[in-house]
Design a protein around this ligand. Structure first.
Ligand SMILES: [Fe+2]
Length: 194
Protein backbone atom coordinates (compact mmCIF):
# COMPACT_ATOMS: atom_id res chain seq x y z
CA UNK A 1 0.00 0.00 0.00
CA UNK A 2 1.35 3.38 -0.99
CA UNK A 3 1.67 5.99 1.72
CA UNK A 4 1.85 8.90 -0.71
CA UNK A 5 -0.15 9.94 -3.79
CA UNK A 6 1.06 12.44 -6.37
CA UNK A 7 -1.03 15.59 -6.35
CA UNK A 8 -2.24 17.36 -9.45
CA UNK A 9 -2.00 21.11 -9.82
CA UNK A 10 -4.20 23.50 -11.76
CA UNK A 11 -1.54 25.71 -13.20
CA UNK A 12 -2.10 28.82 -15.29
CA UNK A 13 0.19 29.69 -18.16
CA UNK A 14 3.27 31.16 -16.53
CA UNK A 15 5.25 34.18 -17.65
CA UNK A 16 8.91 33.36 -18.19
CA UNK A 17 8.60 29.71 -17.16
CA UNK A 18 7.60 27.56 -20.11
CA UNK A 19 4.93 24.86 -20.17
CA UNK A 20 7.64 22.44 -21.30
CA UNK A 21 9.77 23.20 -18.25
CA UNK A 22 6.77 22.83 -15.95
CA UNK A 23 5.80 19.54 -17.62
CA UNK A 24 9.29 18.08 -17.14
CA UNK A 25 9.48 19.43 -13.61
CA UNK A 26 6.19 17.77 -12.69
CA UNK A 27 7.63 14.44 -13.84
CA UNK A 28 10.51 14.93 -11.41
CA UNK A 29 8.02 15.69 -8.64
CA UNK A 30 6.23 12.44 -9.40
CA UNK A 31 9.58 10.68 -9.06
CA UNK A 32 9.92 11.93 -5.48
CA UNK A 33 6.46 10.57 -4.68
CA UNK A 34 7.30 7.24 -6.32
CA UNK A 35 10.57 6.82 -4.47
CA UNK A 36 9.13 7.94 -1.14
CA UNK A 37 6.69 5.05 -1.51
CA UNK A 38 9.47 2.78 -2.74
CA UNK A 39 11.60 3.39 0.34
CA UNK A 40 8.71 2.83 2.75
CA UNK A 41 7.80 -0.44 1.01
CA UNK A 42 11.36 -1.65 0.66
CA UNK A 43 12.16 -0.99 4.30
CA UNK A 44 9.13 -3.02 5.35
CA UNK A 45 10.27 -5.88 3.14
CA UNK A 46 13.91 -5.78 4.28
CA UNK A 47 12.89 -5.46 7.93
CA UNK A 48 11.71 -9.08 7.82
CA UNK A 49 15.41 -9.88 8.26
CA UNK A 50 16.79 -6.64 9.65
CA UNK A 51 20.06 -8.19 10.74
CA UNK A 52 20.95 -9.53 7.30
CA UNK A 53 19.74 -6.33 5.58
CA UNK A 54 21.12 -3.85 8.11
CA UNK A 55 23.30 -1.98 5.61
CA UNK A 56 20.58 -1.63 2.97
CA UNK A 57 18.04 -0.56 5.59
CA UNK A 58 20.36 2.09 6.96
CA UNK A 59 21.05 3.49 3.50
CA UNK A 60 17.37 3.57 2.57
CA UNK A 61 16.58 5.31 5.82
CA UNK A 62 19.37 7.80 5.19
CA UNK A 63 17.84 8.70 1.79
CA UNK A 64 14.24 8.92 2.96
CA UNK A 65 14.35 12.62 3.86
CA UNK A 66 15.69 13.44 0.37
CA UNK A 67 12.72 11.76 -1.33
CA UNK A 68 10.08 12.81 1.19
CA UNK A 69 11.14 16.43 1.48
CA UNK A 70 11.63 16.58 -2.28
CA UNK A 71 7.99 15.56 -2.60
CA UNK A 72 6.72 18.10 -0.04
CA UNK A 73 8.89 20.98 -1.33
CA UNK A 74 7.52 20.53 -4.83
CA UNK A 75 3.92 20.39 -3.60
CA UNK A 76 4.36 23.81 -2.06
CA UNK A 77 6.30 25.08 -5.09
CA UNK A 78 3.67 24.20 -7.69
CA UNK A 79 0.67 25.15 -5.54
CA UNK A 80 2.09 28.69 -5.26
CA UNK A 81 1.28 29.28 -8.94
CA UNK A 82 -2.32 28.08 -8.73
CA UNK A 83 -4.91 30.79 -9.23
CA UNK A 84 -2.45 33.04 -11.04
CA UNK A 85 -0.26 35.84 -9.74
CA UNK A 86 -1.57 37.90 -6.84
CA UNK A 87 0.22 40.63 -4.87
CA UNK A 88 0.73 40.48 -1.14
CA UNK A 89 -2.11 42.31 0.53
CA UNK A 90 -1.82 44.33 3.72
CA UNK A 91 -2.37 42.20 6.81
CA UNK A 92 -0.60 39.81 9.12
CA UNK A 93 2.14 38.60 6.78
CA UNK A 94 2.89 42.09 5.46
CA UNK A 95 3.09 43.34 9.05
CA UNK A 96 5.54 40.56 9.94
CA UNK A 97 7.63 41.42 6.87
CA UNK A 98 7.79 45.11 7.78
CA UNK A 99 8.68 44.26 11.37
CA UNK A 100 11.52 41.90 10.41
CA UNK A 101 12.84 43.49 7.19
CA UNK A 102 11.77 47.13 7.32
CA UNK A 103 9.93 47.08 4.01
CA UNK A 104 8.44 44.68 1.48
CA UNK A 105 11.06 45.72 -1.09
CA UNK A 106 13.94 44.99 1.29
CA UNK A 107 12.38 41.64 2.12
CA UNK A 108 11.95 40.69 -1.53
CA UNK A 109 15.54 41.71 -2.30
CA UNK A 110 16.70 39.46 0.55
CA UNK A 111 14.73 36.47 -0.77
CA UNK A 112 16.11 37.00 -4.29
CA UNK A 113 19.66 37.23 -2.96
CA UNK A 114 19.29 33.94 -1.07
CA UNK A 115 17.88 32.33 -4.22
CA UNK A 116 21.16 33.17 -5.97
CA UNK A 117 23.13 30.98 -3.54
CA UNK A 118 25.50 28.78 -5.52
CA UNK A 119 24.63 25.12 -5.71
CA UNK A 120 21.47 23.08 -5.89
CA UNK A 121 18.78 23.66 -3.33
CA UNK A 122 15.90 25.82 -2.26
CA UNK A 123 15.28 29.31 -1.00
CA UNK A 124 12.87 28.84 1.86
CA UNK A 125 10.78 31.17 3.98
CA UNK A 126 9.41 29.96 7.30
CA UNK A 127 7.22 31.49 9.95
CA UNK A 128 7.94 30.76 13.59
CA UNK A 129 4.70 31.22 15.53
CA UNK A 130 6.60 30.82 18.81
CA UNK A 131 8.68 33.96 18.29
CA UNK A 132 6.46 35.72 15.73
CA UNK A 133 9.40 36.04 13.33
CA UNK A 134 9.95 35.14 9.69
CA UNK A 135 13.03 33.04 9.00
CA UNK A 136 14.82 32.53 5.71
CA UNK A 137 16.90 29.50 4.86
CA UNK A 138 18.85 27.87 2.08
CA UNK A 139 18.07 24.16 1.98
CA UNK A 140 20.70 22.02 0.27
CA UNK A 141 19.36 19.37 -2.14
CA UNK A 142 15.83 18.70 -0.86
CA UNK A 143 16.38 18.12 2.82
CA UNK A 144 19.62 19.40 4.30
CA UNK A 145 19.03 22.43 6.48
CA UNK A 146 15.23 22.40 6.81
CA UNK A 147 14.24 24.23 9.96
CA UNK A 148 12.41 22.12 12.50
CA UNK A 149 9.47 23.81 14.21
CA UNK A 150 8.78 26.90 12.07
CA UNK A 151 6.27 26.43 9.28
CA UNK A 152 7.47 26.48 5.68
CA UNK A 153 5.38 29.12 3.91
CA UNK A 154 7.24 29.82 0.64
CA UNK A 155 9.51 27.53 -1.36
CA UNK A 156 11.59 28.51 -4.39
CA UNK A 157 13.22 25.63 -6.24
CA UNK A 158 16.71 26.61 -7.35
CA UNK A 159 17.73 23.29 -8.88
CA UNK A 160 18.69 23.88 -12.50
CA UNK A 161 15.90 21.58 -13.66
CA UNK A 162 13.49 24.37 -12.62
CA UNK A 163 14.60 26.59 -15.50
CA UNK A 164 16.87 24.53 -17.77
CA UNK A 165 14.53 24.79 -20.79
CA UNK A 166 14.18 28.55 -20.43
CA UNK A 167 17.47 30.08 -19.28
CA UNK A 168 21.15 29.25 -19.30
CA UNK A 169 22.60 28.78 -15.81
CA UNK A 170 24.36 32.15 -16.02
CA UNK A 171 20.92 33.77 -16.32
CA UNK A 172 19.15 32.08 -13.42
CA UNK A 173 18.35 35.53 -12.02
CA UNK A 174 15.72 35.80 -14.78
CA UNK A 175 14.09 32.63 -13.50
CA UNK A 176 14.03 34.08 -9.97
CA UNK A 177 12.32 37.21 -11.31
CA UNK A 178 9.84 35.07 -13.26
CA UNK A 179 9.04 33.04 -10.15
CA UNK A 180 8.05 36.13 -8.20
CA UNK A 181 6.07 37.52 -11.15
CA UNK A 182 3.97 34.36 -11.16
CA UNK A 183 3.70 33.90 -7.41
CA UNK A 184 0.24 33.90 -5.89
CA UNK A 185 0.97 35.54 -2.54
CA UNK A 186 -2.49 34.50 -1.29
CA UNK A 187 -1.13 30.94 -1.11
CA UNK A 188 1.75 32.14 1.06
CA UNK A 189 -0.67 34.04 3.29
CA UNK A 190 -2.80 30.88 3.63
CA UNK A 191 0.19 28.94 4.95
CA UNK A 192 1.21 31.84 7.17
CA UNK A 193 -2.22 31.27 8.67
CA UNK A 194 -3.25 34.69 9.95
FE1 LIG B 1 12.45 20.67 -8.57
Amino acid sequence: MDYFTAKTFTLPELKGISAKNVEEHLKLYQGYVKFSNYIVGKMKELSLDSEKNAYELAELQRRFAFEHDGMKNHEIYFSQFEGGPAPLAEGGLMDAIKKDYGSYDAFLARLKAIAMTRGIGWMMLYYCSETGHLLTQWVEEQHVGHLYGPKLILALDMWEHSYVYDYPTSEKKKYVEAFFENLNWEKVVERFGK
